[in-house]
Ligand binder design. Structure first.
Ligand code: AMP
Length: 356
């Protein structure tokens, strides 16, 4: 049997779980990550310890791998394009370009007919004041690039709140002001697209964030079948428009009338899809590995209701109690040092067989 090797750019927990899923299907993995002994390298076949845009490291990765994928969306687009000339890279570099910049992302979503919050580009304090005036003094100000887990954001809740200094406080970098969305709940859908364009979607999860970081994902989400269908259809539209291969995560706000507003896309496996390893036959990680290696997609059917909870920082101390539970799958990320806000692992509680 020929040995197929998958390159993974990024060595965090998502890369770790991809490498584990790859190993189960007889694939080897090589991780490109500057931090030695990273979570992914602990379970992979090899690590190239270098920066994501190091030309020699990219050349070596291309040589050693049959296909390359990534576990985070801030992979330099130029690095993906360089690699692409030597080896297939999935998802396509276009998906990185779209998801790295919130303005580009919103414009792209709108061009696919997918609704987002209203927004204005903000490149100065004067822009900010004009944009806030347009939204009645309310809005969420975000850096266009490199924001994650609620970092690089400021919420304006009322016209009484002064925006003075806000542009500078966020680093005088390109910003976006989004209108404040009074949503009822947040959901996400994890979908996959194969080489031949086949799409498979997992059930939408209902997500609760704490301090800007995902806290829990609950299945089923408290939404109507029509809302779930719209979420799946939006993902399908986006995947087709990007000529995508692999797993994508798409987050939405659900309004009181059930309509959806897309918030963010992640061209990779997603934290709100971790539950799939416990409640589906094929996890999002295996689905991604299947997609990028040209295999048939797995069945995304959910056999159980469940709740996934992230273990953040000192939550790691609760692991013995979680391990004592009979209905819980514990997954730890091999990080030796716990810090506030750091994702150390997650647990998925199975609730009951799905009625769906
Ligand atoms: P993000 O980094 O865009 O995923 O935002 C982090 C969290 O902030 C979201 O999950 C929401 O809970 C909240 N949030 C972000 N954008 C908005 C918005 N335009 N209106 C209301 N809440 C938002």
């Amino acid at each position: 049997m020929t040995v197929i090797t998958i390159g993974i750019i990024g060595g965090g927990q998502l890369g770790r779980m991809l490498a584990m899923a790859a190993a189960r299907l007889n694939f080897r993995t090589v991780i490109l990550e500057p931090q030695a002994d990273c979570p992914a390298a602990q379970v992979a076949s090899a690590q190239i310890t270098a920066a994501y845009d190091d030309p020699a490291a990219l050349e070596e990765l291309a040589k050693r791998c049959d296909v390359v994928t990534y576990e985070f969306e801030n992979v330099p687009v130029a690095a993906a394009e360089t690699l692409q000339r030597a080896v297939p890279v999935y998802p396509p570099a276009k998906a990185l370009e779209v998801s790295q910049d919130r303005l580009t992302e919103k414009r792209f979503l709108n061009s696919c007919g997918i609704a987002t919050a209203k927004f204005h580009a903000v490149d100065s304090q004067a822009d900010l004041e004009r944009a806030l005036a347009d939204f009645g003094g309310q809005g969420v100000l975000k850096t266009c690039r490199m924001g994650y887990d609620g970092k690089g954001q400021r919420v304006f809740r009322s016209a009484e709140e002064s925006p003075v200094g806000a542009y500078e406080a966020l680093g005088s970098v390109p910003l976006i002001l989004e209108s404040f969305v009074a949503f009822e709940r947040e959901i996400s859908v994890i979908a996959a697209r194969a080489w031949d364009g086949t799409v498979a979607c997992f059930d939408p999860a209902e997500n609760i964030h704490r301090n800007g970081i995902l806290h829990t994902s609950t299945l089923p989400a408290r939404i109507s079948e029509a809302t779930a269908r719209t979420a799946r259809e939006s993902a399908e539209k986006l995947l087709a428009a990007l000529d995508y291969v692999g797993v994508i995560g798409m987050e939405f706000f659900v309004m009181a009338d059930g309509t959806l507003i897309a918030n963010e896309i992640a061209p990779r496996v997603h934290n709100s899809g971790h539950w799939t390893e416990a409640a589906c036959i094929v996890s999002q990680f295996e689905q991604h590995i299947r997609a990028v290696t040209g295999l048939t997609l797995g069945n995304p059917h959910r056999h159980s209701d469940c709740v996934m909870t992230n273990l953040i920082g000192d939550d790691i101390l609760d692991v013995p109690a979680w391990l004592a539970r009979k209905d819980v799958l514990v997954h730890l990320y091999g990080k030796t040092e716990s810090r506030p806000g750091r994702k150390m692992g997650h647990v998925t509680e199975l609730k009951s067989p799905s009625q769906g």
